[in-house]
Ligand binder design. Structure first.
Ligand code: ADP
Ligand code: MG
Length: 263
């Protein structure tokens, strides 16, 4: 009896020392189950090891989702793929597999405000994380401000190195109008640094023809576009705003059954 207790105490201690917390939590219940089902020693050990791996993988995904700063509600389950053009839906299905990051390919999503660009790239980003990749999301304005601050503190290369650990960067809304040249310079530096080294996923309300508004100089604009487009998938979301459509639907419903209006 005492020996049994000793074994449990020792096992618990060793598993703790080895950082096998799931095994420590599950081994006793699984041992009972294994006995009832006459499992072999190997099968029992396999189930235990599997539990440990599954928990670790899930914890890692959870940590990476948190670190990515991607809004959680913008995922593929909440995105209505039927709303986007057939070609885009087809492209998205293949992008969700995630191999584009292995080839350091970029995604460029264009379209009107409200067409779903941010939601769609966030959804792809979350799927990448679930497949074990690391992703970081930031509105372009914030990313640029962070890089500018790093540059002023002579830490730009360190900041770029930190970003380089992500398989994909989601830079949301690159079309916002920049105030001064130093902003566009750090943005260009970031894009040049990522070129063929890591994927960039960009949303923009501005077509390429208007990107001089972002990069000011025609040569810099051409160089930025050239690098981004070289290995890229372009998603054209030329559709009506989701919010606008929702408002219209609401209005037409009210017209159909005015008697059911609640005040
Ligand atoms: P954009 O970045 O193109 O301006 P957003 O991705 O911010 O557009 O979308 C605007 C709003 O509409 C968000 O709340 C988003 O979740 C929602 N939305 C857009 N497209 C879809 C879609 N196909 N399915 C579900 N929600 C959508
Ligand atoms: Mg957006």
């Amino acid at each position: 009896m005492d020996r049994k207790k000793d074994i449990k105490a020792l096992l618990s201690r060793y598993l703790k020392e080895l950082f096998l917390s799931t095994m420590r939590q599950c081994y006793a219940d699984l041992a009972n189950q294994a006995q009832q089902e006459s499992l072999s020693y190997e099968q029992y050990l396999l189930t235990l090891a599997e539990q440990e791996c599954i928990t670790r993988r899930n914890n890692r995904i959870e940590r990476n989702l948190r670190e990515s700063k991607i809004p959680r509600d913008k995922n593929i389950d909440t995105f209505d793929l039927k709303r986007v053009p057939g070609k885009v839906a087809h492209q998205v299905r293949s992008l969700l597999e995630g191999s584009f990051v292995d080839h350091k390919e970029n995604i460029l999503a264009f379209g009107n405000p409200g067409s779903g660009k941010t939601h769609l790239l966030c959804a792809i980003g979350q799927e990448l994380i679930r497949k074990g990749r690391k992703v970081y999301f930031a509105p372009c304005s914030l990313m640029v401000q962070d890089l500018l601050k790093a540059k002023q503190e002579l830490q730009l290369s360190r900041a770029l190195k930190k970003l380089s650990k992500y398989d994909a960067l989601i830079i949301d809304d690159i079309g916002y109008v920049h105030q001064d040249r130093s902003e566009m310079e750090v943005l260009f530096t970031l894009l040049a640094d990522r070129y063929e080294r890591g994927s960039v996923m960009i949303t923009s309300n501005l077509p390429f023809s208007k990107w001089e508004q972002i990069f000011k100089d025609p040569m810099v604009t051409a160089a930025a576009i050239d690098r981004l487009v070289h290995h890229s998938v372009i998603l054209e979301l030329n559709i009506e705003s989701y919010r606008m459509e929702a408002v219209k639907k609401k209005k037409s419903k009210k017209k159909q059954c005015p008697g059911r209006e609640f005040k």
